[in-house]
Design a protein. Sequence first.
Length: 94
Amino acid sequence: MSGSYGIAVDLGATYVRVALSDERGHFLTKLKEETSRKSANAVSEQLIKMSRLLCKKAGVDMTDIRGMCIASAGPLDLEGGGITAPNFRFKYVP
């Protein structure tokens, strides 16, 4: 499938939910996993892995992803690009 797509992420301390949508906002596929507890970097790697799996399931090329929205509790470090959420077991998630 070609076109413009977006990925939405709900990053919580317990679960990560991701969804792939087309340019009209229609969800094509969704995934839910328990949030990794290995390390802060493992959480970032989990988001990448889940995003790739979404695209594979929907037959969408990653180069057609135009944006990603990540919703999470806690302040965002705009300069560093990470999350400093009080409900995560890690102090900083890149």
